[in-house]
Write a protein that binds this ligand. Structure first.
Ligand code: FCB
Length: 441
């Protein structure tokens, strides 16, 4: 056994999101959200819904016990906006907040640091009915929600993340329509939804800061290096455009208060005077979700004239995503080199595989173990390169509702039987528990 490359204070754990695990969509005064509407419209590929999902709303003590038994010391969860403000803004639903109160107390009692994320895609439907992320009217409701959540939980939750993957919300929710709310507005919808998330985030960060001092404030971005499919200048230019949309609008927004020059013309009517200052904020932590690189090609007629290229990769996950662990090291080093080495943590990293339950009743998920091993090595190397990485949270503790794919894609280190709701740790759970103890990687 060699000494661990990870610092003693390192955060180890898992990430989840409210909509994907909680179930109990009608409990205790929760209001409807865009994913309820999207599912009711028959848009989930396997026909399932999140009505029960993992029933975490009722089984959270068991889930905390699983994290504790693995030796985890941190957990990122999301708060459901429609539980806290069922109308999106206006009256507060105390019973919704009570759930997170119990969860946070349970985590602290187990020695697990809670990291709360405010927006993991469950936009209250009444706000979508008023334009959702397409208009700046959403800024004040999000700031109200942030203030209310921090008022209630800020005495115990020290770490607050504002958004999760704003580029996915904008691109798939408002551009291509593959995610809720299913709008197919192309470039303009994408850029509006991106900018208004940036603005709402800026307002929420300031609202929480005014409410409580001494909290760690941040946000979670899915940074993916964008490569050109080949070295043809058109492909190279397409990759640069996609990088501007996918990575730079969110990243340069919060860290630099900058609109990427490549998009300045297309965003000139969306960005108002003073917006750059309003979206910039000196965050304490940046959460990074990493799954793979992206390979792009020139494809006229699609938004930004960019299409998905062939990554020519050896291994793919059950999502069809290429396995490219070195992209994670690249991202971390880019932040060190070009963005002043901000404190970051891996807020999501993991893989879906076609899990089979063996005769012994267990999932021996060797491919997922290899995936984690390779990515943890990439993180360890980045730390040795000098990157300020503070933690690693896998996606995800439990198999869960994978958005438009429904329950069919399993990302958990713990298997969930969706009939009995029984939880069974997989080999990858045992592997990560060993890593946390310093026995592996
Ligand atoms: C990320 C999401 C998360 C989950 C994983 C697989 O993009 O943040 O909710 O769906 O992908």
């Amino acid at each position: 056994m060699t000494s661990s490359p990870f610092p003693r204070s390192f955060l180890w754990g898992a990430s989840s999101s409210a909509y994907q695990i909680e179930g109990a969509l009608d409990a205790d005064g929760r209001g409807p959200c865009v994913w309820d509407t999207f599912a009711a419209a028959g848009k989930i590929q396997d026909g399932t819904t999140a009505a029960i999902a993992c029933d975490h709303y009722h089984r959270w003590p068991e889930d905390i016990a699983l994290m504790k038994a693995a030796g985890f010391n941190a957990y990122r969860f999301s708060i459901a906006w429609p539980r806290v403000l069922p109308g999106g803004s206006g009256p507060v639903n105390d019973k919704g907040l009570d759930f997170y109160d119990r969860l946070v107390d349970g985590l602290l009692a187990a020695g697990i640091q809670p990291i709360a994320c405010l927006y993991h895609w469950d936009l209250p439907q009444p706000l979508e009915d008023r334009g959702g992320w397409l208009g700046r009217e959403i800024v004040a409701p999000f700031a109200q929600y942030a203030r209310v959540a921090a008022q209630r939980l800020g005495d115990r939750v020290r770490d607050w993340m504002m958004l999760n993957e704003p580029s996915v919300v904008a691109i798939f929710g408002y551009g291509f329509g593959e995610h809720a709310p299913g709008r197919t507005l192309g470039e303009d919808g994408i850029l509006r939804a991106l900018h208004h998330q940036n603005l709402a985030q800026g307002a929420a960060l300031r609202a929480i800061q005014a409410e409580h001092s001494g909290l760690n404030l941040g946000t979670v971005l899915n940074l993916q290096p964008c490569r050109a499919e080949n070295d043809h200048p058109e492909a190279v230019a397409a990759a640069a455009r996609w990088d501007a949309v996918w990575n730079r609008v969110p990243l340069d927004g919060v860290l630099r208060g900058q609109i990427p020059p490549l998009l300045a013309e297309k965003m000139k009517d969306i960005v108002h005077p003073g917006d750059e200052a309003a979206i910039r904020f000196p965050i304490d932590r940046l959460g990074i979700n990493y799954y793979s690189r992206m390979t792009m090609k020139h494809e006229p007629g699609r938004p930004f004239d960019v299409g998905w290229g062939d990554p020519h990769c050896e291994h793919y996950t059950f999502m069809g995503w290429p396995v490219q662990p070195d992209g994670l090291r690249d991202i971390l080093n880019e932040l060190r080199r070009d963005y002043g080495n901000p404190p970051v943590f891996i807020a999501e990293n993991g893989a879906a595989y076609d899990d089979q339950v063996s005769a012994d009743g267990v999932v021996h998920d060797a491919e997922r173990v290899s995936f984690f091993k390779a990515h943890l090595e990439a993180v360890a190397r980045a730390i040795q390169d000098g990157c300020d990485v503070r933690g690693y949270l896998c996606w995800s503790l439990l198999d869960n509702f994978e958005w438009a794919f429904g329950l069919a894609k399993r990302f958990g280190i713990v298997r969930v039987d969706y009939d009995s709701l029984e939880r069974t740790p997989k080999d990858s759970y045992r592997f990560l528990a060993q890593v946390v103890k310093g026995e592996r990687v």
